[in-house]
Design a protein around this ligand. Structure first.
Ligand code: CTP
Length: 415
């Protein structure tokens, strides 16, 4: 419990360089600086010329309590703290808001203003909080820059979904200051799950009818992969047991590929004894053909009857072990979400369940975003709609909080 609460103040004395670029969301930088300082961080602000069209350096100087840096070739600033010193001073560079133009600059190594130069000159982790119109975010060039930067290890917080300043609705909104601070805190929680093993199932399963055809579902595996990445970021030793998906394997995660529910069950059971936390994100097929055939089924009759049987319920089997890990399930429901999810939590004897409403446009299976209702025996909380990686981090934070409070964690501690 103490370990969890320590995480709340873990920005103490961290050196955060906040880069503000020219978007309407620049006005949120004032609150962002205040929130970062409340969390104990030391903040220095660098503004681009365009940012100063939206907010003055004086305002950010007042809230940061520090000189604000605006130009590359300013003898006075260079004397006080030049771009190289700023690049060295920073432990994290948070660019919020980050415009499409600034993403392009970063992706192509430009160094024609103070902020882009610092980004080139630093070894600090660069974090980007994009803010732009949804068409600009979805533009091919922006998406390619996004992929390119991510592949170099630049982190993205957001963008979020919602109503934009231009009146359009979509992905591109900068995350709220509090959300950004909570994402940063997650980064600093790196060691929270150090020494704890987390086993995750993800993706769909395929149940063969014949060598060519199978029964499966629409799961993309994105949520499970995002959960695996979030757990790995917290320092956990992560094993991911994945059904067939088209996703890149997360870094530093042991990934085992399976196809059927039976293979997934066997892989889970063979790893479960070393597991502290089990998270069942997979959309396991509930039924499989009783008699798959070893040759292609030919269309001979007008009707075809296939008899299906239940597949093993992996989550229930794990929760019923004599010494189960902290066990988290998922529930996808079209209606009465909270009612069915709570019923599943109790029936399957889970510690926590993450429920999502399916059938809503833009969320759930196959989509990049989701919203969750997280339920445990004595309470529940809504995690509003956002990109799956961010949602996964928030879910992991809740799992960690409940895990450290549970007898399952205490049981593992040396007396
Ligand atoms: N699950 C599992 N093994 C199965 C089926 C489901 O581990 N054979 C896990 C999923 O990974 C998910 C949870 O159980 O965490 C979903 O529960 P389930 O009761 O299968 O949900 P539904 O399939 O939606 O059930 P129902 O159709 O009864 O609502």
């Amino acid at each position: 419990m103490g370990q969890y609460h320590d995480m709340q103040h873990n920005l103490t004395q961290k050196h955060i360089l906040l880069g503000v670029t020219g978007g309407i969301a620049a006005y949120k930088s004032v609150e962002l600086v205040r929130r970062l300082r409340e969390s104990g961080a030391e903040v220095r602000v660098v503004m681009t010329a365009a940012a100063q069209e939206f907010i003055t350096p004086l305002t950010l100087q007042a809230v940061s309590g520090q000189r604000v840096y605006t130009t590359l070739l300013d003898s006075e600033n260079e004397f006080a703290m030049g771009h190289i010193e700023l690049a060295r001073w920073a432990e994290f560079i948070l660019i919020a808001p980050a415009t499409a133009d600034f993403l392009a600059k970063l992706a192509y190594g430009h160094a024609n203003d103070l902020l882009s130069t610092i980004c080139l000159a630093t070894t600090a982790q660069i974090i980007v909080a994009p803010a732009m119109n949804q068409q600009m975010w979805n533009a091919r060039s922006t998406q390619e820059n996004y992929q390119r930067l991510q592949s170099w290890g630049v982190r993205f917080f957001g963008p979020g979904h919602g109503l934009q300043a231009c009146g359009e609705q979509g992905l591109g909104r900068m995350l709220e200051p509090l959300e950004l601070v909570s994402c940063l805190q997650t980064l600093f929680q790196r060691g929270t799950l150090e020494g704890h093993s987390v086993l995750i199932t993800a993706g769909p399963t395929r149940e063969a009818l014949d060598p060519i055809r199978f029964i499966s579902n629409r799961s993309s595996g994105r949520m499970g992969y995002a959960v695996a990445e979030a757990a790995q970021l917290l320092g956990a030793q992560v094993t991911l047991i994945s059904g067939p998906v088209c996703l890149t394997v997360p870094l530093n995660v042991d990934t085992i590929s399976v196809s059927t529910a039976q293979e997934m069950r066997d892989a889970v059971i063979s790893h479960i004894h070393q597991t502290a936390i089990f998270i069942a994100c997979a959309a396991v097929a509930d039924y499989r053909p009783v008699h798959p055939v070893d040759h292609k089924l030919k269309k001979q009759t007008e009707f075809l009857e296939i008899i299906l049987e239940r597949t093993p319920d992996i989550l229930s089997e794990v929760a019923q072990l004599s010494n189960p890990p902290f066990t988290v399930g998922f529930a996808a429901e079209t209606h009465d979400l909270a009612h069915y999810a709570r019923d599943k939590l109790l029936r399957k004897n889970l510690d926590l369940i993450a429920a999502n409403q399916v059938g809503l446009p833009g969320t759930g299976f196959e989509s990049a975003e989701n919203a969750l209702k997280v339920i445990w025996k004595t309470g529940e909380i809504d995690l509003p709609r956002c990109a799956k990686p961010l949602l996964a981090k928030q879910l992991l934070n809740l799992i960690v909080e409940h895990y450290f409070q549970s007898s399952k964690f205490n049981r593992l501690q040396p007396s």
